[in-house]
Structure formats: C-alpha cells, structure tokens
Design a protein around this ligand. Structure first.
Ligand SMILES: [Mn+2]
Length: 279
C-alpha cells in the first residue's frame, strides 16, 4: 500500500513492476463487481471525462481528502488525448484501491483496445514502457462496471441509455470481460448521447452502432428503472456541465480539452441538492 499512498501523494514516475502491482490490485477488486454497481443517493461526487489531464485529477484528489464521508464516482475516459495519460490513470486507480468503499471507477468508451489504440494511450504506454504494460491496462478496462445506480433513483454511466432495455437484468446479464464491446447494450451505455428531441432512438454521427437517445427513451427508462436523476459524461461541454430533459439528466466534463472547456464536477448533496464545482 506504500505504492498506492505515494501515488496519491503525487508520485509520478512508476516502474513497470509498480504498474503491474497497481493494475493487479484493481483487477482483483473489480472482477467480482456487477455491470451496474450500487451507489449512495447523497454525498456523491460525479467526475466526467479526465482525458489524461493530471491537473484535474489532482483537484479531485484534494476533494477526496477534504470530503471523507463522500463517494466519488468516476464516469470513465481516464486517458487518451491529454498530456498526462498514464499518470492520470494511475492516480484514479490508486484512489480506487485505497478507498474501495467510496471510490468507483466506471468504464468509458475510451477504456477499450480499439479506442485506446487510436487516441493516444496505446502510443504513450508502449513508448514509455512496452506492449506488456499496455496489456496490464487492458485487463483493468475489461473489469470496470458500466453503470451505477442508487436505491432511490440515481443512475450514472459514461454515455447513455441503451436501446431495447426493459429490466435491470438486461443491464446486468451481458458479459463485460472483453477488451472491446461486442455486446450492444454495454457498448451503448458507454457511447450513446442524449438529444433534446421527441424521439426514442435515432442515428448518431459517432458511428453505426451508436445511438442518440431522445426524451421518449429517457422517460421510458426513468419509469422502468425508477430513475429520478441521471449523470453521464462523454461529450465536451464548454462550461463543463450541460443539463437535459428539465434538469433530470446532467452531462459532466472534467478536463479542459485543450483549453476549450471549463472542467467541472458535480456534488450531489443531501435531498438531491446539486452543486457544480470548478476544478
Ligand atoms: Mn467518451
């Protein structure tokens, strides 16, 4: 645990063996989790895309020290694109290992081999370490849950509502242990985007398998699953926050994305009070 503590305290340089230790601990912790994990309904921070920006995860770490009775739900997309991808991913893992009862890592669309090969993480890890080390991270990707839900109506995932889902079993039963997303339900949880429109599902310019979900899909899903409030990430929003469907869905982005966004996270306090926090 010295390794974990030192990373939380700012250690940046880690050896191949240390990455092996770190990723093995996350795998052991997360393998037995379900696709949809249970979370509390209050005193929760939701963190959107970090995309390899160490400054953002450092700010979150300060809140983690300050709010010891709060849960931290990371909505995915830890690496790719930004300047400190390996360091950012390692720090999130260290928090998840140190406090498994109050830190939850969800899987974003960038936590796949296909995407990480194209957007920077593969290149960074193989340049600095080796193909083996990239493999350690892939084994973390595949154990991460896709969504989180509380007993009284909070739902969170990286992308959005998948098409054709009626019961919790439709979300829990697909097998997620794959470096990519062969399953459409899991794929859409990580990839779909909300749209303020009066349809269920429509095409999405991100790709053939990706959908936009409209108000009808959101209302049906909310009714079926008892969802009162949903959190997701996945889209660059300039203010770091954007709400949909009369503030029942909150989209969060927690990186600057080359200076075009103001990174924010959301604190869900008691009685569903919401606070937007600048990072
Ligand atoms: Mn994404």
């Amino acid at each position: 645990m010295d390794l974990v503590r030192s990373i939380i305290e700012g250690k940046i340089e880690v050896s191949k063996e240390e990455i092996h230790q770190l990723t093995s601990m996350v795998r052991d912790l997360y393998r037995s989790k379900t696709n949809v994990e249970n979370i509390p309904s209050r005193n929760v921070f939701f963190i959107g895309d970090l995309h390899g920006e160490y400054k953002s995860i450092s700010s979150v770490t300060q809140l983690y020290h300050k709010y010891k009775n709060h849960t931290f739900v990371f909505l995915g997309d830890y690496a790719d694109r930004g300047p400190e991808q390996i360091e950012t991913f390692n720090l999130v893992m260290a928090l998840a290992i140190e406090s498994p009862d109050r830190v939850l890592m969800l899987r974003g669309n960038h936590e796949t081999d296909e995407v990480a090969q194209r957007y920077g993480f593969y290149t960074e890890v193989t340049r600095k370490y080796s193909f083996d080390v990239y493999g350690y991270y892939l084994h973390v990707f595949q154990v991460l849950p896709l969504a989180a839900m509380s007993n009284d109506g909070i739902f969170a995932c990286h992308g959005g509502i998948p098409e054709g889902v009626r019961t919790i079993n439709d979300l829990q039963s697909p097998r997620r242990f794959n470096f990519n997303f062969p399953d459409d339900v899991l794929f859409q949880l990580a990839w779909n985007d909300p749209k303020e429109a009066d349809f269920r599902f429509a095409a999405n310019s991100r790709g053939n398998r990706v959908k936009a979900f409209g108000r009808k899909a959101f209302d049906e899903f909310s009714d079926n699953f008892g969802v009162k409030l949903m959190f997701r990430a996945h889209e660059v929003v300039p203010k770091g926050i954007k709400t949909f469907f009369e503030d029942r869905l909150i989209s969060i982005f927690s990186a600057t994305y080359r200076g075009i966004a103001t990174p924010k996270i959301v604190r869900l306090g008691a009685a569903f009070t919401i606070e937007h926090i600048d990072l």
